[in-house]
Write a protein that binds this ligand. Structure first.
Ligand code: GLC
Length: 420
């Protein structure tokens, strides 16, 4: 190509590289823990391979704030971000702004976990590719359970009792900032995921059932919320009411808590070379709500989607296919304990060695509780917001569980009348 022409095109953002026009793609990656760094390594590898360049747009840690940012960008039809990391519960909400990937993906989607594929579709169209799967887990300090001769708790009341005992013991030894149990209590999507686990573990359902019926106003749900409110200020610091994932991990990883509820990503960090709790941690299913209850972990996870407003949809889709492909999912599983969504990787020895809990807790992942995102469609964020605000009021002792849930039921019915 004549040099003057290459110069002109470069000034316009296009560069001739490895036999094709190279472009700059921007991707929004979350930056929880090591997420940014691990995302960067992946996109850099793709950039090197294809000759394109990639800009990473970092986003807020709170899922709810991240969604608000995306909605703002997409509503304005902005082409600033080509590839969005989206939550499994956002596909319905954002679908109208995303590119249908069905034709681009060909057979690759069949390799992924069916539950994750379901979260990627809207009305039969594939609006995103599964990237990693999450489920809520109980992290515990094995060394402290050994010291106090306590088993891993099976029910929430076991957990409460053990947390109290160990907290008292550690404080007597001068560790005034030691707590029994940390989790995510800020009024945001993360609290919805925690509270769905409590309610579902007491057999109180998951807010709205698969047929779209609102089920949250029931005595089991009230019992679950009452138990959780009882933790705040006793075995859990009041500050939890403003914690997202990273604040709870901060307390746990500093060695200042016995139990933590979190997603798989916290494992790789707890086991990191600089971690004070390295080799002292175990992972178990979250406790049951009493003997008749069940172990429940909320299904979470992230997908990659291409914006409809992207100026380079084909190249953006190529990046999505690379990042969600087997090589990257394996690397991310080993380095960051991100659970793969490609089924065959569950038989991979390197991933299993790095994350023994994945094999041990197959049930938690296969029976994870879904939030009612598909059934409520683009009303999901309203439903979840009403739910987490109600739960937050109960936790901060501004409302009684039963009354708060009947008010919530009324508010959800109002939303439902506008259609889901
Ligand atoms: C994690 C999960 C996501 C969930 C969010 C809540 O990012 O992958 O599904 O909504 O946490 O904070």
């Amino acid at each position: 190509m004549p040099r003057f022409l290459a110069g002109l095109l470069a000034a316009g953002g296009l560069v001739w590289s490895t036999g094709a026009w190279a472009v700059e793609i921007s991707i929004s990656c979350s930056s929880l823990g090591k997420e940014y760094e691990i995302c960067k390594q992946g996109v850099d590898a793709w950039a090197k391979k294809t000759g394109n360049t990639v800009k990473i747009v970092s986003t807020p840690n709170s899922a709810t704030e991240r969604l608000a940012l995306y909605q703002q960008l997409l509503a304005a039809g902005a082409s600033d971000v080509d590839v969005f990391q989206i939550d499994v519960v956002w596909t319905g909400l954002l679908g109208s702004h995303l590119q249908d990937l069905t034709a681009k993906v060909q057979g690759a989607i069949d390799d992924h976990l069916p539950t994750m594929v379901e979260t990627s579709r809207v009305g039969g169209k594939l609006m995103a590719m599964p990237w990693f799967a999450d489920a809520g887990l109980l992290y515990y300090r094995q060394d402290l359970l050994d010291k106090y001769k306590r088993p891993v708790p099976q029910t929430w009341s076991d957990l409460t009792e053990t947390a109290r005992l160990v907290q008292e013991g550690e404080r007597k030894e001068g560790r005034g900032d030691f707590w029994g149990f940390v989790w995510q209590g800020r009024a945001y999507e993360g609290l919805t995921t925690n509270a769905v686990e409590w309610v579902s573990s007491y057999n109180g359902g998951a807010i709205v059932d698969e047929k779209g019926e609102i089920t949250i106003d029931n005595p089991k749900a009230a019992e679950a919320l009452k138990a959780a409110a009882g933790w705040v200020g006793t075995i859990t610091p009041e500050g939890v009411l403003n914690y997202t994932e990273e604040e709870s991990r901060g307390v746990f990883q500093a060695g200042n808590a016995l139990f933590m509820r979190n997603w798989p990503y916290a494992w790789a960090l707890a086991q990191g070379a600089d971690s004070t709790i390295k080799d002292k941690v175990g992972i178990a299913p979250l406790p049951k709500g009493g003997q008749d209850g069940r172990h429940a972990g909320t299904l979470g996870g992230q997908l990659l989607a291409v914006s409809k407003y992207s100026k380079n949809t084909d190249t953006a889709a190529d990046l999505v296919m690379y990042l969600t492909g087997p090589e990257e999912q394996k690397r991310r599983g080993i380095q960051g304990s991100f659970n793969p969504t490609i089924v065959s990787l569950y038989g991979d020895n390197d991933i299993a060695r790095a994350n023994p809990f994945i094999g041990d807790l197959v049930d938690v992942f296969t029976n994870a509780v879904a939030r009612p995102a598909t059934v409520t469609g683009d009303n999901y964020n309203k439903v979840s917001t009403e739910f987490f605000n109600t739960v937050h009021q109960v936790l901060s002792k501004r409302a009684e569980p039963a009354q708060a849930l009947s008010r919530l039921d009324r508010d959800l019915k109002r939303i439902k009348r506008s259609g889901w």
